[in-house]
Design a protein around this ligand. Structure first.
Ligand code: DAH
Length: 344
Protein backbone atom coordinates (compact mmCIF):
# COMPACT_ATOMS: atom_id res chain seq x y z
CA UNK A 1 0.00 0.00 0.00
CA UNK A 2 2.87 2.28 0.80
CA UNK A 3 4.31 1.64 -2.64
CA UNK A 4 0.98 2.46 -4.24
CA UNK A 5 0.90 5.71 -2.35
CA UNK A 6 4.42 6.68 -3.31
CA UNK A 7 3.77 5.76 -6.95
CA UNK A 8 0.67 7.89 -6.83
CA UNK A 9 2.71 10.79 -5.52
CA UNK A 10 5.29 10.47 -8.26
CA UNK A 11 2.63 10.25 -10.93
CA UNK A 12 0.74 13.21 -9.57
CA UNK A 13 3.79 15.40 -9.29
CA UNK A 14 4.87 14.51 -12.80
CA UNK A 15 1.48 15.37 -14.18
CA UNK A 16 1.45 18.60 -12.25
CA UNK A 17 4.77 19.49 -13.83
CA UNK A 18 3.12 19.48 -17.24
CA UNK A 19 0.11 21.54 -16.28
CA UNK A 20 -0.37 24.56 -18.56
CA UNK A 21 -3.28 26.49 -17.14
CA UNK A 22 -5.62 26.94 -14.18
CA UNK A 23 -8.25 24.76 -15.78
CA UNK A 24 -5.90 21.78 -16.12
CA UNK A 25 -4.66 22.39 -12.59
CA UNK A 26 -8.16 22.19 -11.23
CA UNK A 27 -8.84 19.01 -13.19
CA UNK A 28 -5.77 17.40 -11.60
CA UNK A 29 -6.81 18.55 -8.15
CA UNK A 30 -10.12 16.81 -8.60
CA UNK A 31 -8.46 13.79 -10.13
CA UNK A 32 -6.02 13.19 -7.25
CA UNK A 33 -7.58 14.79 -4.22
CA UNK A 34 -11.27 14.67 -5.08
CA UNK A 35 -13.85 12.49 -3.39
CA UNK A 36 -13.59 9.90 -6.14
CA UNK A 37 -9.79 10.12 -6.39
CA UNK A 38 -7.31 7.31 -5.62
CA UNK A 39 -6.10 8.93 -2.38
CA UNK A 40 -9.57 9.02 -0.89
CA UNK A 41 -10.06 5.46 -1.98
CA UNK A 42 -6.86 4.33 -0.27
CA UNK A 43 -7.71 6.20 2.91
CA UNK A 44 -11.14 4.65 2.88
CA UNK A 45 -9.57 1.17 2.67
CA UNK A 46 -7.43 1.77 5.78
CA UNK A 47 -10.03 0.09 7.99
CA UNK A 48 -8.84 -3.24 6.68
CA UNK A 49 -5.27 -2.65 7.87
CA UNK A 50 -3.76 -3.98 11.06
CA UNK A 51 -3.39 -1.72 14.08
CA UNK A 52 0.39 -1.39 13.51
CA UNK A 53 0.14 -0.66 9.83
CA UNK A 54 -2.63 1.90 10.08
CA UNK A 55 -0.64 4.83 11.60
CA UNK A 56 2.33 4.18 9.31
CA UNK A 57 0.22 4.13 6.15
CA UNK A 58 -1.86 6.99 7.51
CA UNK A 59 1.24 9.12 7.88
CA UNK A 60 2.48 8.24 4.39
CA UNK A 61 -0.96 9.01 2.91
CA UNK A 62 -0.99 12.37 4.67
CA UNK A 63 2.47 13.18 3.42
CA UNK A 64 1.49 12.30 -0.12
CA UNK A 65 -1.67 14.42 0.11
CA UNK A 66 0.36 17.27 1.65
CA UNK A 67 2.96 17.13 -1.09
CA UNK A 68 0.37 17.18 -3.85
CA UNK A 69 -1.58 19.97 -2.17
CA UNK A 70 1.51 22.05 -1.76
CA UNK A 71 2.34 21.92 -5.45
CA UNK A 72 -1.25 22.66 -6.41
CA UNK A 73 -1.47 25.65 -4.09
CA UNK A 74 1.81 27.05 -5.32
CA UNK A 75 0.67 26.75 -8.89
CA UNK A 76 -2.75 28.23 -8.06
CA UNK A 77 -1.06 31.25 -6.54
CA UNK A 78 1.12 31.55 -9.61
CA UNK A 79 -1.89 31.51 -11.96
CA UNK A 80 -3.85 33.94 -9.85
CA UNK A 81 -0.95 36.35 -9.91
CA UNK A 82 -0.52 36.01 -13.64
CA UNK A 83 -4.22 36.60 -14.17
CA UNK A 84 -4.22 39.76 -12.07
CA UNK A 85 -1.17 41.01 -13.94
CA UNK A 86 -2.87 40.35 -17.26
CA UNK A 87 -6.04 42.11 -16.22
CA UNK A 88 -4.19 45.14 -14.97
CA UNK A 89 -2.34 45.33 -18.23
CA UNK A 90 -5.50 44.94 -20.31
CA UNK A 91 -7.37 47.54 -18.32
CA UNK A 92 -4.56 50.02 -18.17
CA UNK A 93 -5.66 53.61 -18.63
CA UNK A 94 -3.21 56.17 -19.89
CA UNK A 95 -4.20 59.20 -17.90
CA UNK A 96 -1.75 61.36 -19.80
CA UNK A 97 -3.68 61.03 -23.09
CA UNK A 98 -5.47 64.23 -24.10
CA UNK A 99 -9.27 64.16 -23.56
CA UNK A 100 -11.52 63.33 -26.48
CA UNK A 101 -13.96 66.17 -27.09
CA UNK A 102 -17.60 65.47 -27.83
CA UNK A 103 -19.11 67.64 -30.55
CA UNK A 104 -21.62 69.91 -28.92
CA UNK A 105 -24.94 70.93 -30.41
CA UNK A 106 -26.46 74.34 -29.83
CA UNK A 107 -29.91 75.86 -29.89
CA UNK A 108 -30.74 77.25 -33.34
CA UNK A 109 -30.56 81.07 -33.40
CA UNK A 110 -34.25 81.34 -34.30
CA UNK A 111 -35.23 79.12 -31.38
CA UNK A 112 -32.95 81.17 -29.18
CA UNK A 113 -34.75 84.36 -30.17
CA UNK A 114 -38.12 82.66 -29.66
CA UNK A 115 -37.05 81.56 -26.18
CA UNK A 116 -35.86 85.06 -25.39
CA UNK A 117 -39.14 86.63 -26.54
CA UNK A 118 -41.12 84.00 -24.66
CA UNK A 119 -39.15 84.73 -21.49
CA UNK A 120 -39.89 88.43 -21.75
CA UNK A 121 -43.63 87.89 -22.16
CA UNK A 122 -43.81 85.13 -19.56
CA UNK A 123 -42.26 87.73 -17.25
CA UNK A 124 -45.30 89.92 -18.00
CA UNK A 125 -47.73 87.12 -17.13
CA UNK A 126 -48.33 85.64 -20.56
CA UNK A 127 -48.47 81.96 -21.36
CA UNK A 128 -47.39 80.26 -24.57
CA UNK A 129 -50.04 78.78 -26.87
CA UNK A 130 -49.48 76.83 -30.04
CA UNK A 131 -51.62 75.96 -33.03
CA UNK A 132 -51.43 73.74 -36.12
CA UNK A 133 -49.44 74.74 -39.18
CA UNK A 134 -51.95 73.04 -41.46
CA UNK A 135 -54.93 75.20 -40.71
CA UNK A 136 -58.55 75.68 -41.65
CA UNK A 137 -59.39 78.62 -43.85
CA UNK A 138 -61.88 79.57 -41.14
CA UNK A 139 -59.21 80.11 -38.47
CA UNK A 140 -56.58 81.56 -40.76
CA UNK A 141 -58.88 84.04 -42.50
CA UNK A 142 -62.62 84.01 -41.95
CA UNK A 143 -62.74 84.28 -38.17
CA UNK A 144 -60.09 86.99 -38.43
CA UNK A 145 -62.56 89.10 -40.36
CA UNK A 146 -61.23 88.10 -43.75
CA UNK A 147 -64.24 86.53 -45.47
CA UNK A 148 -63.75 84.64 -48.72
CA UNK A 149 -62.93 87.00 -51.59
CA UNK A 150 -61.88 89.75 -49.18
CA UNK A 151 -59.24 91.75 -51.08
CA UNK A 152 -56.94 91.80 -48.04
CA UNK A 153 -56.37 88.08 -48.53
CA UNK A 154 -54.09 89.15 -51.36
CA UNK A 155 -51.67 90.49 -48.75
CA UNK A 156 -50.89 86.87 -47.87
CA UNK A 157 -50.56 84.63 -50.88
CA UNK A 158 -51.28 81.15 -49.58
CA UNK A 159 -50.50 77.49 -50.09
CA UNK A 160 -53.91 75.82 -50.23
CA UNK A 161 -54.26 72.11 -49.64
CA UNK A 162 -58.00 71.97 -50.28
CA UNK A 163 -60.53 74.80 -50.63
CA UNK A 164 -60.92 74.84 -46.85
CA UNK A 165 -57.44 73.85 -45.66
CA UNK A 166 -54.16 75.68 -46.12
CA UNK A 167 -50.71 76.13 -44.65
CA UNK A 168 -51.30 78.94 -42.19
CA UNK A 169 -50.04 82.28 -43.46
CA UNK A 170 -49.82 83.83 -40.01
CA UNK A 171 -49.93 82.87 -36.33
CA UNK A 172 -53.12 84.91 -35.85
CA UNK A 173 -55.38 81.80 -36.11
CA UNK A 174 -54.07 80.86 -32.65
CA UNK A 175 -55.94 83.92 -31.35
CA UNK A 176 -59.19 82.43 -32.59
CA UNK A 177 -58.44 78.94 -31.32
CA UNK A 178 -57.56 80.35 -27.91
CA UNK A 179 -60.74 82.42 -27.66
CA UNK A 180 -62.85 79.42 -28.68
CA UNK A 181 -61.17 77.28 -26.08
CA UNK A 182 -61.57 79.84 -23.31
CA UNK A 183 -65.31 80.17 -24.08
CA UNK A 184 -65.71 83.74 -22.99
CA UNK A 185 -63.39 83.54 -19.97
CA UNK A 186 -60.93 86.37 -19.26
CA UNK A 187 -58.21 87.41 -18.98
CA UNK A 188 -56.48 85.95 -22.02
CA UNK A 189 -52.77 86.72 -22.22
CA UNK A 190 -50.93 84.55 -24.70
CA UNK A 191 -48.09 84.61 -27.11
CA UNK A 192 -47.86 82.07 -29.87
CA UNK A 193 -44.68 81.28 -31.77
CA UNK A 194 -44.51 79.09 -34.87
CA UNK A 195 -43.89 78.63 -38.56
CA UNK A 196 -46.03 80.25 -41.22
CA UNK A 197 -46.08 79.81 -45.00
CA UNK A 198 -46.56 82.15 -47.92
CA UNK A 199 -46.19 81.89 -51.66
CA UNK A 200 -43.31 84.32 -51.78
CA UNK A 201 -40.19 84.01 -53.89
CA UNK A 202 -37.21 83.43 -51.63
CA UNK A 203 -34.61 86.17 -51.51
CA UNK A 204 -32.46 87.89 -48.88
CA UNK A 205 -35.50 89.14 -46.96
CA UNK A 206 -38.30 86.76 -48.02
CA UNK A 207 -38.86 83.09 -47.40
CA UNK A 208 -41.82 80.87 -48.27
CA UNK A 209 -41.62 79.62 -44.69
CA UNK A 210 -40.77 81.83 -41.78
CA UNK A 211 -41.48 82.27 -38.11
CA UNK A 212 -43.90 84.57 -36.35
CA UNK A 213 -44.84 85.33 -32.80
CA UNK A 214 -48.36 86.39 -32.11
CA UNK A 215 -49.60 88.14 -29.00
CA UNK A 216 -53.15 88.46 -27.70
CA UNK A 217 -54.61 90.08 -24.60
CA UNK A 218 -58.33 90.15 -23.87
CA UNK A 219 -60.00 91.44 -20.75
CA UNK A 220 -62.31 94.21 -19.65
CA UNK A 221 -61.00 97.76 -20.16
CA UNK A 222 -57.99 96.92 -22.32
CA UNK A 223 -56.85 100.08 -24.08
CA UNK A 224 -54.38 101.06 -26.75
CA UNK A 225 -52.11 102.50 -24.06
CA UNK A 226 -51.82 98.95 -22.65
CA UNK A 227 -50.61 97.82 -26.06
CA UNK A 228 -48.12 100.65 -26.28
CA UNK A 229 -46.76 100.09 -22.76
CA UNK A 230 -46.45 96.35 -23.33
CA UNK A 231 -44.55 96.77 -26.58
CA UNK A 232 -42.23 99.40 -25.08
CA UNK A 233 -41.44 97.03 -22.23
CA UNK A 234 -40.79 94.26 -24.73
CA UNK A 235 -38.45 96.17 -27.04
CA UNK A 236 -36.46 97.61 -24.16
CA UNK A 237 -35.84 94.14 -22.76
CA UNK A 238 -35.08 92.81 -26.22
CA UNK A 239 -32.90 95.58 -27.65
CA UNK A 240 -31.80 97.58 -24.58
CA UNK A 241 -33.30 100.17 -22.21
CA UNK A 242 -32.57 103.09 -24.51
CA UNK A 243 -34.87 101.72 -27.23
CA UNK A 244 -37.90 103.85 -28.20
CA UNK A 245 -40.97 102.92 -30.22
CA UNK A 246 -43.26 104.74 -32.57
CA UNK A 247 -46.67 103.65 -33.80
CA UNK A 248 -47.93 104.43 -37.27
CA UNK A 249 -51.54 104.03 -38.39
CA UNK A 250 -51.99 100.95 -40.55
CA UNK A 251 -54.56 98.41 -41.62
CA UNK A 252 -55.20 94.82 -40.61
CA UNK A 253 -58.65 93.30 -41.05
CA UNK A 254 -58.58 91.81 -37.55
CA UNK A 255 -57.67 94.98 -35.65
CA UNK A 256 -59.22 98.41 -35.42
CA UNK A 257 -57.43 100.70 -35.07
CA UNK A 258 -54.28 99.07 -36.38
CA UNK A 259 -50.73 100.24 -35.99
CA UNK A 260 -47.37 99.40 -37.43
CA UNK A 261 -44.70 99.58 -34.74
CA UNK A 262 -41.17 100.84 -35.33
CA UNK A 263 -38.23 100.68 -32.93
CA UNK A 264 -35.42 103.16 -32.82
CA UNK A 265 -32.53 101.69 -34.81
CA UNK A 266 -30.29 99.65 -32.53
CA UNK A 267 -27.36 99.99 -34.93
CA UNK A 268 -27.10 103.77 -34.83
CA UNK A 269 -29.28 104.61 -31.84
CA UNK A 270 -31.68 106.45 -34.15
CA UNK A 271 -29.07 108.68 -35.82
CA UNK A 272 -29.67 107.15 -39.25
CA UNK A 273 -27.49 104.49 -40.85
CA UNK A 274 -27.53 101.86 -43.57
CA UNK A 275 -29.59 99.38 -41.56
CA UNK A 276 -32.43 101.87 -40.98
CA UNK A 277 -31.96 103.48 -44.39
CA UNK A 278 -31.12 106.80 -42.71
CA UNK A 279 -34.55 107.02 -41.05
CA UNK A 280 -33.48 106.08 -37.52
CA UNK A 281 -36.44 103.66 -37.30
CA UNK A 282 -37.00 99.98 -38.04
CA UNK A 283 -40.39 98.41 -38.55
CA UNK A 284 -40.72 95.28 -36.43
CA UNK A 285 -44.36 94.39 -35.92
CA UNK A 286 -48.03 94.83 -36.70
CA UNK A 287 -50.56 95.41 -33.97
CA UNK A 288 -53.89 96.89 -33.03
CA UNK A 289 -57.04 96.65 -30.95
CA UNK A 290 -58.88 93.40 -31.64
CA UNK A 291 -61.70 94.13 -34.09
CA UNK A 292 -65.19 93.94 -32.51
CA UNK A 293 -66.26 91.50 -35.24
CA UNK A 294 -63.38 89.17 -34.34
CA UNK A 295 -64.32 89.24 -30.65
CA UNK A 296 -67.96 88.64 -31.49
CA UNK A 297 -67.33 85.74 -33.87
CA UNK A 298 -65.36 83.91 -31.18
CA UNK A 299 -67.82 84.45 -28.38
CA UNK A 300 -66.64 87.64 -26.67
CA UNK A 301 -69.15 90.51 -26.38
CA UNK A 302 -67.32 93.58 -27.73
CA UNK A 303 -69.43 95.80 -25.48
CA UNK A 304 -67.95 94.13 -22.44
CA UNK A 305 -64.50 93.04 -23.56
CA UNK A 306 -61.67 94.53 -25.52
CA UNK A 307 -58.21 93.44 -26.37
CA UNK A 308 -55.03 94.06 -28.27
CA UNK A 309 -52.99 91.86 -30.54
CA UNK A 310 -49.66 91.98 -32.26
CA UNK A 311 -47.60 89.87 -34.59
CA UNK A 312 -43.93 89.93 -35.46
CA UNK A 313 -41.49 88.08 -37.64
CA UNK A 314 -38.85 86.24 -35.63
CA UNK A 315 -36.32 86.18 -38.46
CA UNK A 316 -36.51 89.93 -38.81
CA UNK A 317 -35.94 90.44 -35.09
CA UNK A 318 -33.03 87.97 -35.14
CA UNK A 319 -31.53 89.64 -38.22
CA UNK A 320 -31.69 93.05 -36.59
CA UNK A 321 -30.41 91.87 -33.25
CA UNK A 322 -27.46 89.89 -34.62
CA UNK A 323 -26.76 91.74 -37.86
CA UNK A 324 -27.66 88.84 -40.15
CA UNK A 325 -27.93 90.08 -43.75
CA UNK A 326 -29.74 87.19 -45.44
CA UNK A 327 -32.80 85.35 -44.11
CA UNK A 328 -31.72 82.17 -45.93
CA UNK A 329 -28.81 81.73 -43.50
CA UNK A 330 -31.36 80.56 -40.93
CA UNK A 331 -32.45 77.59 -43.01
CA UNK A 332 -29.36 76.39 -44.87
CA UNK A 333 -27.70 75.04 -41.71
CA UNK A 334 -24.19 76.12 -42.58
CA UNK A 335 -22.29 75.10 -39.48
CA UNK A 336 -20.04 78.17 -39.74
CA UNK A 337 -23.13 80.37 -39.41
CA UNK A 338 -24.73 78.36 -36.63
CA UNK A 339 -21.51 78.15 -34.60
CA UNK A 340 -21.53 81.90 -34.11
CA UNK A 341 -24.61 81.56 -31.93
CA UNK A 342 -23.29 78.91 -29.55
CA UNK A 343 -22.14 81.32 -26.87
CA UNK A 344 -24.65 84.13 -27.09
N1 DAH B 1 -50.76 88.50 -38.86
C1 DAH B 1 -50.14 89.71 -39.33
C2 DAH B 1 -49.24 89.39 -40.51
O1 DAH B 1 -48.87 88.28 -40.67
C3 DAH B 1 -49.35 90.35 -38.24
C4 DAH B 1 -50.26 90.94 -37.23
C5 DAH B 1 -50.64 92.25 -37.35
C6 DAH B 1 -50.72 90.19 -36.19
C7 DAH B 1 -51.48 92.83 -36.43
C8 DAH B 1 -51.60 90.74 -35.27
C9 DAH B 1 -51.95 92.06 -35.40
O2 DAH B 1 -52.09 90.07 -34.25
O3 DAH B 1 -52.78 92.61 -34.50
O4 DAH B 1 -48.94 90.28 -41.27
Amino acid sequence: MKERLLALKTEALQELERVENAQQLNDLRVKYLGKKGPLTEILRGMGALSAEERPVIGQVANEVRGAIEEVIEAKQAEYAQAETANRLKAEMVDVTLPGRRTAHGAVHPLNKVIQEIEDIFIGMGYSVAEGPQVEKDYYNFEALNLPKDHPARDMQDSFYITDEILMRTQTSPVQIRTMEKRQGAVPIKIISPGQVYRRDDDDATHSHMFTQIEGLVIDRHIRMSDLKGTLLQFVQEMFGPQTRIRMRPSFFPFTEPSAEVDVSCMMCGGQGCRTCKKTGWLEILGSGMVHPRVLEMSGYDPNEYSGFAFGMGVERIAMLKYGVDDIRHFYTNDIRFLKQFVHI
